[in-house]
Design a protein around this ligand. Structure first.
Ligand SMILES: C[S@@+](CC[C@H](N)C(=O)[O-])C[C@H]1O[C@@H](n2cnc3c(N)ncnc32)[C@H](O)[C@@H]1O
Length: 194
């Protein structure tokens, strides 16, 4: 924890992406990621899972929360933005079980043999990332929202049901909505039969 805060101060002193990094540590970010991890802990998951995080941004809350609760074997952290990836590398550099992967998740063709795929940026993409995984038992953990006021939100959902349909998962083990004042966050967890 203290090591993480030390790294955060190094990142902030670099002066790059400071407002965006601050946004990633907002209260709504914390609520959304805590909801995810608390719900994930209640699912049947293999011990020390390998996890692919798609469109992971800086992983500000998600990575430490996952490390504390699931002790993952490995985290593959993806984002398409090179400056986001370099900041995330710096922020999490004391974690030896993380690798960083810069690619467009909607176009990438490499497959990852992971136990869990997490994509909390589904409102930014037209696909959720199931094509990136070659494990039929992978648990997909997906979040989206109904906030239309961000030009990056190219694929919002208006309801939980709409988001469930968009994910195209064949088995749903959880779906729900988290009201966050100015927007709703939706979450779907499930499996995809090949
Ligand atoms: C604003 S951030 C995170 C938003 C999300 N609501 C959350 O709370 O986690 C969205 C991230 O998705 C990344 N992103 C957008 N489209 C992507 C894509 N096609 N492949 C990979 N990363 C993508 C962006 O670079 C950005 O870092």
């Amino acid at each position: 924890m203290y090591e993480y805060l030390t790294q955060l101060s190094v990142v902030l002193r670099s002066g790059k992406n400071v407002d965006d990094i601050a946004d990633s540590f907002s209260t709504t970010q914390y609520k959304s990621k805590k909801w995810l991890v608390d719900t994930l802990q209640k699912q049947t998951i293999v011990p020390n899972p390998s996890i692919l995080i798609v469109g992971g941004w800086y992983g500000s809350y998600l990575i430490p929360l996952l490390q504390e609760t699931l002790t993952p074997r490995h985290i593959y952290h993806n984002d398409l933005d090179s400056s986001v990836i370099s900041t995330a590398k710096l922020l999490h550099q004391s974690n030896k079980n993380i690798s960083f992967h810069e690619f467009d998740a909607t176009k990438h063709s490499e497959k990852f043999h992971v136990d869990i795929l997490i994509n909390t940026s589904c409102e930014h993409m037209h696909t959720v990332g199931t094509h990136l995984v070659d494990n039929p038992n992978c648990l997909y953990v997906l979040q989206s929202c109904d906030n239309q006021n961000d030009p990056g939100h190219i694929n919002i959902s208006r309801t939980t049901d709409e988001f469930v349909t968009k994910t195209k998962l064949s088995t749903i083990v959880f779906c729900g909505r988290l009201p966050l004042g100015h927007k709703n966050r939706f979450m779907v967890m499930g499996y995809q039969e090949n």
